[in-house]
Design a binder for this molecule. Structure first.
Ligand code: MLT
Length: 326
């Protein structure tokens, strides 16, 4: 073996050893998960639940960094440009990692090209909510009122392209009504105004709607799931009451900036898989209406396929439903 080749071989061996050592030592410090909505909303709540579970097998703290704005696209763009060193991740969801390319003319990132998918979270159905003293007692009431009063109903949402915005827009499109969308920096501030009666309705994920419903400050009209849920006694689905076939759930996933080492991605994914098998945690998620996915739907490859198919799907949905960012 000549000298040059020997040096090349030695350098390559050192590089492999260094990567292996890094993988062994990862994580050497706390990790940041960016949640691009205000604290207290469903994305934040679910992210904190899961971060708490994943931190244990990783042996390092996972810090939630709320970076709200523009329906989650501000924080997403910043995370796409973060160091790809395994210490910054994005908690993504169907809005800013699925629908956003169809809705935003200028998006500072590409959900499919600028990230490494890590694992998919469980899905969360939503519930149509009104203030406690709302005159609208059913989804059919709400739709009938909106047909008589186009544009009069204010729906709170978490910003342009957020789940609460998208599902309300699809609801209006399917029901043939006009609503007015009122954007906030997350579902939590929107919920505060729903409770105060400042907005007439909003769609929220079940994990944050349930505690508010328990407090008796809001009322549920209908679920976006295909089946009724024991956690929502006597609450029908939209599909059975007002909009046959209407179904929606928020999907989520953890993403790392493009270029994050594959062995780091695998280590975080495996930490989730080991934690998500905890029966007490599965029960807690189920009590919040959150539905676990099959193991093969949670992998990095499955999340990549899902992201690509969702970006394609929302291009069609946005066109058919004439979804725009008002
Ligand atoms: C959304 O409506 O897209 C988000 O779930 C809002 C939030 O989590 O705050």
């Amino acid at each position: 073996m000549n000298n040059a080749f020997r040096k090349l071989f030695a350098t390559a061996a050192l590089l492999v050893a260094a990567c292996a050592a890094q993988a062994q030592s990862y994580p050497a410090r706390s990790i940041t998960w960016v949640v691009p909505f205000a604290a207290g909303g469903p994305t934040d709540a679910l992210a904190r639940d899961i971060a708490d579970k994943v931190a244990r097998p990783l042996g390092q703290a996972i810090i939630i960094d709320n970076q709200p704005g523009a329906g989650g696209t501000l924080g997403s763009g910043k995370t796409a440009r973060a160091n790809a060193d395994g210490y910054t991740f994005l908690v993504g969801h169907m809005g800013y990692m699925g629908a956003a390319p169809a809705l935003y003319k200028k998006l500072s990132y590409d959900p499919a090209k600028d990230f490494e998918p890590v694992f998919r979270f469980p899905d969360t159905p939503l519930v149509l909510l009104v203030p406690k003293n709302s005159p609208h007692k059913t989804a059919a009431d709400l739709i009938a009122y909106a047909k008589q009063n186009p544009g009069k109903l204010n729906f709170g949402n978490a910003g342009p392209g957020s789940t609460s915005h998208l599902i309300a827009a699809l609801f209006a499109s399917k029901a043939g009504i006009q609503i007015t969308q009122v954007p906030y920096k997350g579902a939590a501030p929107a919920m505060n105004d729903l409770i105060a009666g400042q907005v007439d309705a909003m769609f929220d994920q079940t994990n944050t709607a349930l505690p508010q419903l328990a407090g008796g400050r809001i009322a549920p009209l209908a679920l976006t799931s295909t089946q009724r849920m024991a956690q929502f006694p006597n609450v029908p689905t939209l599909s059975e009451t007002a909009l046959p076939g209407f179904e929606a759930a928020t999907w989520y996933g953890l993403y790392a900036p493009k270029g994050t080492p594959k062995d780091v991605v695998q280590k975080v994914y495996r930490a989730y898989v080991s934690a998500a098998g905890d029966k007490a945690w599965i029960r807690k998620m189920s009590e919040l209406g959150i539905q676990p996915l099959s193991d093969n739907a949670v992998t990095p490859e499955a999340l990549k396929r899902h992201t690509l198919s969702e970006v394609d799907k929302w291009r069609q949905v946005a066109t058919e439903a004439k979804l725009t960012l008002d």
